[in-house]
Design a protein around this ligand. Structure first.
Ligand code: MG
Length: 230
């Protein structure tokens, strides 16, 4: 089975976030208080921290949403209650949903796999990831979907990849994982013996000795995966 990551691999979430934030800031006090160059790095740092705390079970999914908004307002010297922060987050989220897009080459890449079954292994929350798939028109493309919520563990824990391989009845050596994040996706997949295909749009470098494949777009990822696994 060929498994994919969703966020930043198939879905261009960075562009979507920037587009949605630009629209959100036009009608937010934050837009007046923080210039973009101060806002965006702080937002990103808070986002990564809050999402990690969600994956670690410290915050619920909705709490990490509110917490992201509360903390970015705090950076601008504005106090928000949890309820106000959640309302603001959902205002941003409405723009975000409208901005979700696949990477331009994603459809061509998925088509290259023909009728081979494809799976999705994602750290996102189940409701949110299914919503994304539906909006992107991919709800029927994956015959197996595993979210961190369903698995009870999250990437980079290799256990999550093992659960996926076992669920589809394939040994890891016959499976591939295609993802954008070296530490989260590639290291654990490779450690289990899966074919790990790193879609690296940021021009990174594979460490010496890695057996992973590094490509810079999804069509190349599809070609390499098919060439090796058949
Ligand atoms: Mg990703």
């Amino acid at each position: 089975m060929i498994f994919f990551d969703l966020d930043h691999t198939l879905l261009d979430l960075e562009t979507a976030e920037i587009d949605a934030l630009t629209l959100f800031l036009r009608t937010s006090i934050l837009g007046e208080k923080l210039p973009w160059d101060a806002f965006y790095p702080a937002w990103e740092e808070i986002r990564v921290d809050c999402f990690r705390r969600y994956l670690d079970g410290e915050l619920t999914y909705d709490r990490q949403r509110a917490e992201r908004m509360r903390r970015i307002h705090e950076v601008a010297g504005i106090e928000l209650s949890g309820k106000e922060a959640y309302t603001e987050f959902m205002r941003f989220h409405a723009y975000l949903r409208e901005s979700w897009r696949l990477f331009p080459e994603a459809e061509e890449a998925l088509n290259r796999f023909g009728s081979r079954p494809l799976g999705l292994v994602t750290n996102g929350n189940a409701r949110q990831q299914h919503d994304k798939l539906e909006r992107l028109g991919l709800q029927d493309r994956f015959s197996y979907i595993l979210t961190a919520e369903d698995a009870g563990c999250s990437k980079p824990d290799p256990k999550m990849f093992r659960i996926a391989c076992e669920a589809v009845g394939d040994v890891p050596e016959r499976c591939a994982y295609i993802g954008d994040h070296y530490e989260t996706d590639i290291v654990p997949a490779e450690s289990l013996g899966m074919l790990a295909v790193w879609v690296d749009r940021k021009n990174g470098k594979l460490p010496e000795g890695s057996r992973a494949i590094r490509v810079t777009d999804l069509v190349a990822a599809a070609n390499e995966t098919i060439r090796i696994l058949g």
